[in-house]
Design a protein around this ligand. Sequence first.
Ligand code: HAM
Length: 436
Amino acid sequence: MMYKSIRGMEDILPGGIRAWQSLERIARIELESNGYSEIRTPILEETAVFSRSIGDTTDIVTKEMYTFVDKKGRGLSLRPEGTAPIVRAYVEHSLHRISNQSRLYYIGPMFRSERPQKGRSRQFHQIGAEIIGSSEPQMDAEIIARLSDLLKLFGLEAFQIKLNSLGCKDDKDKFSGKLKNYLKGKKNKLCADCNNRLEKNCLRVLDCKNEECVKIVKDSPDIADNLCGRCGEHFGKVKMMLESYFGVQFVESKKMVRGLDYYTGTVFEVTHPDLGGQDALGGGGRYDNLVKEFGGPNVGAVGFAIGIERVFIALGDKKDLFGSPGLVYIATLGGDAKIKGRKLAEELRLRWNGFPPPDGRLYNLNVVTLLDWTDASLRSQMRSADRNGARVVIILGDDEIKQNKAAIKDMENKEPQFLIDIGSVVDEVGKRMGLC
Ligand code: HAM
């Protein structure tokens, strides 16, 4: 019997892991250095955490959650997104007592039972960030700028940021009434789902992908034209700050409401032309009522999430530029050579990776050392170096060591191997790998 992974849930194999690690490392350094701290919440939550926040009429909650009843009869769900669990944790642990603004980030798998296709899987991964504790427009601008900066650091250029505002709860309610009136007259042209949405949560009709519904929605009123004075001013400031303070380009997208109910005020989505049907690289917005609704203080919040798989699709071949650290293969012939080889491997890692990290700081993985401990012949060790994709091979034999020498073979330029002083090996490897 041969088992396979569940459709829409993929293994990430060693051959492809470097790009993931590099992307995650870039995100961590960028977010940490901007004052965001990592938060890790469980993958399972009580179903209500999601149904109360994302909304029990949304597609995510009605169709896409992996939900089950455990042995104690509790309804549990695999997290379809990261924001609701973070708000749950923020309230549960009273994080507002620690800081008036919590800047948090997370990286990890999310689960939605959608029909798998390019850019859409059932287990996918997000990098997300949230600022909880403030309703100021500065935070909206900061979070959108952070999202844009991250995507640029990943090597993406051709993305577009779409921006809209849904206004406060009152604005959303008033606008829903207006939209409902408009849609009522066209009820029989709307799909069955939208007829349902019309009664329960008519803003959701604006997300429908059905061709007829999209046509009808095209001429519907726009939510951003129906904002109260305060929300209009807030949105104006966000746009001004993005332009003048951060220099972030965006386009207004008046029909965009996003597929989660917790949003109020600013919402945004980033699209990329190479993604095809599933064109959102990431998205987010403000959710000023959620913390209070979860039993916490009355504080505003705003955040974003990026879909990692979609970043890779958009990067295409550029993904390989994340590059693997070069492999230094140390071939040894004899007992002294093995001892010297182990020391050399450590010196190489310390010099080029800063490992072990002197004070817990992040270190770079620039070189990987593979010490051949076997008693195999040099020929067989060289074959193994080649198969493992070595960039440089250091050949240590007891005879060479007696003269304080080692042989170096550069596997990329295929030049003949040459002898150098053992004391120069670490520098020589660095030079060949472009590290100095
Ligand atoms: P979302 O728009 O539902 O927002 O998801 C964010 C991103 O996750 C999407 O733009 C997409 O790149 C990726 N994504 C979503 N579903 C899938 C899927 N089935 N397969 C592959 N990638 C997918 C949220 O999740 C919000 N929590 C964002 C947020 C944070 N809002 C405020 N703070």
